[in-house]
Design a protein around this ligand. Structure first.
Ligand code: ZN
Length: 203
């Protein structure tokens, strides 16, 4: 099956415990250290099999790294890994997973081939919020509960007055366009930097 490596922890003797997101589940798998094994890194898309064993974590076996054309671009790779860490924290603890979550990573990874990675991830994040029913398309301040003309955004893109949260606002039509078309086209790079900063607060 195919999946994304969302988390890696070290176990004894350089063995690893790996959390993998597939279309339907999060798997926590044991990976024995060995020179013949292909490399494993956070955010990699892999094809693999699982070997079950009584009384112990199932083993990750027959790993093939599926790669992305942009993996050698260290900036893209590191931004992707930052997002993967947030994604893991968001899904951590779940076992059954809706196919949406793997499909979203497939989509973002593909977009990064041609697009600025922060833009691709922000667009995907808006999709995620909408899917989870958490996208606030009506701009009402979460602090004072009054309407806003140029919303500032808190964690999870919660809208607020600039003065209520001490953050600079965005033009409402630009946000509406992003929310409707999942497209960051109207935003300047400086605004993308601010949106990215908000995203890093947690999904
Ligand atoms: Zn307010």
């Amino acid at each position: 099956m195919q999946g994304y490596i969302l988390h890696i922890t070290r176990a004894k003797n350089e063995d690893l415990i790996i959390t993998t997101l597939t279309a339907n589940r999060l798997y926590i798998l044991y990976r024995f250290y060995g020179a013949r094994h292909s490399s494993i890194n956070l955010g990699y898309k892999i094809d693999f099999t699982i070997e079950y064993q009584l009384g112990f974590l199932p083993k990750l076996r027959n790993v093939t790294h599926l790669g992305f054309s942009w993996l050698k671009d260290t900036q893209k790779h590191s931004i992707w890994q930052q997002f993967i860490k947030l994604y893991y924290r968001h899904l951590q603890g779940l076992e059954e997973i809706d196919p949406f979550y793997k499909e979203l990573l497939d989509k973002i990874a593909l977009k990064i081939t041609k697009q600025n990675p922060k833009r691709a991830i922000i667009e995907g994040y808006v999709e995620l919020l909408e899917y989870e029913g958490r996208l606030h398309k009506e701009f009402v301040c979460f602090v004072c509960e009054k309407k806003i003309d140029n919303p500032a955004l808190g964690r999870a893109l919660l809208p607020a007055h600039s003065s209520c949260i001490g953050e600079e606002g965005f033009a409402a039509p630009k946000l509406s366009y992003l929310y409707r078309y999942k497209d960051t086209l109207l935003f300047e790079d400086e605004e993308i930097r601010r949106l990215w900063h908000t995203l890093l607060l947690g999904l």
